[in-house]
Design a protein around this ligand. Structure first.
Ligand SMILES: [Mg+2]
Length: 388
């Protein structure tokens, strides 16, 4: 039996390729917490908590963590119950963590994915096998355009299409007139074939404003509109009034949320993260409820470093339901970067080898655990010594 013997945390900060902002976000991406677990046989597993203090659920139902909070939570409350746990017994790991402290899904997600990584490596199988198998062997990548000036956004869209991207997500939700204009200009620049989605991050002030804005965008063909307003009831109001499918993101953190979204017909698609529900184990539960309710899903995240994106790839591979293109970065260390923008948000990364990206998709790795190795030298280089 492999037991977890040691829990270490690292606060890192990766340099960004360009500022990546969305409605409500006030801090830079990439200042996240890594967790390293060591088993009694010396096997190692890594996880990540992409903590952002100002990204959360509807009406304070779920809320942000900061690196300092997450590190303290892990060492004061979670590590004492995780140490001594059986690495592959993920159900019991969650029971222990939930018994120690309620909530804090980001900290728990980091430990969950590190435990999967450790268990997979210890027994020599990929994490997707521990999750039930792989429903697909590559993951279509959606490239996310943050709140950028329109001309810069259009330039980036044109480049990423030439690099193989077939789905573009545009951050909106600040100013309806600007939002309609950017969708029109991107559609004119990219042509009719490419899928365009918009994500308002709850930014429209009420359903009426959202409905009016989305209706004006619909002639440019939107694949879906993500979280136009805050709250499940309001999402349902928007969903009833527009033709484009609605995706729930901030409204969908847990399997229970998915049930409520389905019951209230608030969305046709749910965005599943490894982190929102507290790890891969819980994310598979969300996917199961979505599938039973006839909802589509995709895997999305908080622009994790390669450490966390390894888990997002495993999740996107394993979910058996209908999987739309995923907003998973193409994590690439500096040595392997050659000017590609598609799926790249950081100037460097914390994994030894780049994700394999071809024809707009990331190949699902077949190696044990997360299938890709973390580079400890890079973790040390980007480690932040003082955390708030
Ligand atoms: Mg979103």
């Amino acid at each position: 039996m492999i037991t977890i013997e040691r829990v270490e945390t690292f606060h890192v900060s990766l340099p960004v390729r360009r500022a990546h902002k969305w409605t409500g976000l006030t801090e830079p991406i990439g200042g996240y917490v890594l967790v390293k677990l060591t088993g009694n046989e010396g096997t190692i597993g890594w996880g990540e908590a992409p903590v952002l203090k100002d990204w959360g659920g509807d009406y304070g139902r779920y809320y942000g963590e900061t690196p300092g909070m997450t590190i303290q939570l892990i060492h004061s409350y979670l590590a004492p119950v995780v140490i001594g746990a059986e690495a592959g017994n993920i159900a019991e790991l969650h029971q222990r963590m939930d018994g120690a402290i309620k909530g804090y899904p980001y900290a728990k997600a980091a430990l969950d994915m590190a435990a999967y990584d450790l268990a997979g490596r210890a027994i020599g199988v990929p994490v997707w096998m521990l999750l039930g198998g792989h429903a697909r062997d590559s993951i279509h990548v959606t490239h996310s355009i943050g709140l950028l000036p329109i001309e810069e956004a259009v330039r980036e869209c044109v480049q990423v299409l030439s690099e193989g991207i077939r789905t573009i997500k545009i951050k909106v939700g600040v100013d309806p007139q600007r939002d309609i204009k950017i969708v029109r200009q991107v559609r004119e620049a990219v042509g009719p074939e490419v899928d365009i989605c918009v994500d308002a991050n709850q930014g429209y002030s009420n359903p009426r404003e959202a409905i009016r804005t989305i209706r004006s965008m619909e002639s440019y063909r939107l694949k879906y509109v993500e979280q136009p307003v805050e709250g499940i009831a309001r999402l349902a109001e928007v969903a009833r009034a527009i033709d484009t499918p609605v995706m729930a993101d901030e409204s969908a953190w847990t399997a229970h949320d998915v049930l409520e979204i389905a019951e209230r017909k608030a969305a046709e698609i749910v965005s599943i993260y490894t982190t929102k529900p507290g790890g891969l184990f819980r994310a598979m539960e969300m996917a199961a409820v979505a599938r039973a309710a006839g909802l589509l899903c995709n895997v999305n995240g908080s622009v994790e470093t390669g450490v966390g994106n390894r888990a997002n790839i495993q999740l996107a591979a394993a979910i058996p339901g209908i999987m739309l293109s995923c907003v998973v970065p193409v994590s690439t260390p500096a040595e392997a970067q050659k000017g590609q923008m598609a799926g790249i948000y950081y100037k460097d990364d914390l994994i030894r080898a780049p994700f394999i990206f071809s024809e707009g998709s990331i190949k699902v790795p077949e190696g044990p655990g997360m299938g890709m190795d973390v580079d400890p030298a890079k973790v040390a280089r980007y480690q932040v010594k003082s955390h708030e």
